[in-house]
Structure formats: structure tokens, C-alpha cells
Write a protein that binds this ligand. Structure first.
Ligand SMILES: [Zn+2]
Length: 200
């Protein structure tokens, strides 16, 4: 498994830090199934694992804001299981590219860590196919319509056909996932499957 997943050998709960398991029983008890995903334009399927609450929210925030790479392991494992349950015809896994400032401050793009771990679990290629074009304000704090306007055309993609699995940590309105999916489709993707750890 990937470097992120190998940290599991330390056997510390990624949700609360208690010793013994990748995700302790108390944290697991706070995990709720994801609500139905918002529509993601251009996607052929979309799956999410957990509601954005409890230990799931802690994991997302730890990975995104606190630099705790180990949080990626239980998220990627659960996401891979969900993807296998619904089935996939993807050949390549990619991810939502990070904003340059965030990625350099943290030292990694959290969605890339997840995407690479999911690709490894599924035995698929992992490739950085998307890039951000220009600077856009953070999506947080914007309404659904504002998010869509803000993020439209914000991504470019390079690829030549194929079926792509797009991985992200959190889907809220679906605006970012839609913009990435449409960029992949414009670049020639035959189909795009969307997979997120959490849905708010
Ligand atoms: Zn725990």
C-alpha cells in the first residue's frame, strides 16, 4: 500500500489519536452514511461514503488543515470499498488539484494523497490530469450559485480519452466536481466517475 497507508502500522486512531486501530470503535460509531450527492454535471456516476460529520469531518479537516497525512488511510480505504461496491469501469484515477498556496503551505495536496491511495487499492493508474487556471477565491462562504460562477472554467485537463475516476475529499454543492468533470470531458474523457469521501 502507499506511504500514507503504511502509517497504519503505528495503530493510532486517525479520528481521535487513541491507540489500537486505524479508526477506533468510538469514532466509527460517529460515521453516518452520506446523503444523496448533488448532481455533478457530465459525470456518469457519483459516490460518497460518509456524511460530513463526526469522525469523518475530523478526518477531512485533519488532512486538509492540520497536515495529518495519516488521516488519508481510513478515508481512502473506505472510499475504495464504496467504489468497488457500486462498480467502476475507470482506467485512471485523478483528483481535484489543490490551490497552489494551500498545497505549498501544507506540503501536499490532500485530494492527491486520497486519489493515489484509492488508485493503489483498486490497482489503477494514478495521474495528475487536472490543473487550475488562474486564481479564484475560496469556495467556502459562497452560495451554490456563486460557487458555480466562481469555479466555472477554473480547471484545464490533459488526457486522450479513457474512463476517469475523479477523487475528492468533500462534495458540498457539487460545483467543483462539476467543473473538474466538464474539463475532463472537454479534454476527451469518455466517462467520468466521481468519488468523494464525504458529502455535506
Ligand atoms: Zn478514535
Amino acid at each position: 500500500m502507499s506511504a500514507a497507508v503504511s502509517l497504519v502500522a503505528k495503530s493510532v486512531c486517525a479520528g481521535c489519536g487513541a491507540g489500537g486501530a486505524m479508526l477506533c470503535p468510538r469514532c466509527q460509531a460517529t460515521l453516518l452514511p452520506a446523503p444523496p450527492l448533488p448532481s455533478v454535471e457530465g459525470s456518469s456516476s457519483a459516490v460518497a461514503v460518509w456524511q460530513y460529520a463526526g469522525a469523518a469531518r475530523t478526518l477531512v479537516l485533519d488532512l486538509k488543515l492540520s497536515g495529518r497525512r495519516a488521516a488519508a488511510a481510513p478515508m481512502a480505504a473506505a472510499l475504495a470499498r464504496s467504489i468497488l461496491r457500486v462498480g467502476t469501469s475507470a482506467e485512471v484515477v485523478t483528483w481535484v488539484p489543490g490551490r497552489r498556496r494551500d498545497t505549498s503551505a501544507r506540503g501536499y495536496n490532500h485530494a492527491e494523497l486520497l486519489g493515489r491511495a484509492v488508485a493503489e487499492a483498486l490497482g489503477l493508474d494514478a495521474r495528475a490530469l487536472l490543473r487550475r487556471r488562474g486564481h479564484r477565491p475560496d469556495q467556502a462562504g459562497l452560495s451554490g450559485a456563486e460557487r458555480r460562477r466562481n469555479i466555472e472554467g477554473a480547471f484545464g485537463a490533459r488526457l486522450s480519452g479513457g474512463a476517469i475516476l475523479l477523487v475528492d475529499d468533500l462534495v458540498t454543492t457539487g460545483a467543483t466536481a462539476s467543473a473538474c468533470t466538464m474539463a475532463l470531458r472537454r479534454a476527451g474523457a469518455k466517462r467520468v466517475e466521481v468519488a468523494a469521501v464525504c458529502c455535506a
